[in-house]
Design a protein around this ligand. Structure first.
Ligand code: SF4
Ligand code: SF4
Length: 135
């Protein structure tokens, strides 16, 4: 399974102006007779192609994070968690399919005294479940 951010292109809306190709820092997009989206990872935080598209024909779906980067993002809401008694819920799909990421992120959140919860489908293979200890 691939968890990388993806580029969604609506070919009916695209006028082939090539603005997206011009701004893409990793040369992921080629505009010619057809538009080619290469299997190159996007830069984290980048959404330049969708920002410059005059027709809203291209969109980045999803974002790539490492556990520390996502923890830093989530910590921005810590004042709200502290006041409300809330916390962070990992849901999906099936979050335990990314078990290494989940374990690392939960450790980081616990170290910052943030309540955590996992909402899962219980469809993950036993080898993943055995590494996860609720509580
Ligand atoms: S910027 Fe938008 S309209 Fe122009 S080529 Fe890219 S996807 Fe198509
Ligand atoms: S999101 Fe950024 S890196 Fe990805 S295709 Fe668009 S411009 Fe390129």
């Amino acid at each position: 399974m691939n968890y990388e951010a993806r580029i969604l292109l609506d070919r009916d809306k695209c006028c082939k102006c090539a603005r997206c190709e011009a701004v893409c820092p990793v040369k992921k997009i080629s505009v010619g007779e057809a538009i080619d989206i290469k299997p190159i990872p996007c830069l984290p935080e980048c959404s330049l192609c969708s920002e410059v598209c005059p027709n809203r024909a291209i969109e980045k779906i999803g974002s790539n994070y490492n556990p520390v980067g996502l923890k830093d993002l989530l910590l921005k809401d810590k004042p709200f968690y502290d006041v409300s008694g809330g916390g962070v819920t990992l849901s999906g799909g099936e979050p335990l399919l990314q078990i290494n990421f989940v374990i690392e992120l939960l450790k980081l959140l616990k170290r910052n005294n943030i309540n955590t919860l996992i909402e899962q489908q219980d469809l993950s293979p036993g080898k993943y479940r055995s590494r996860y200890r609720p509580g």
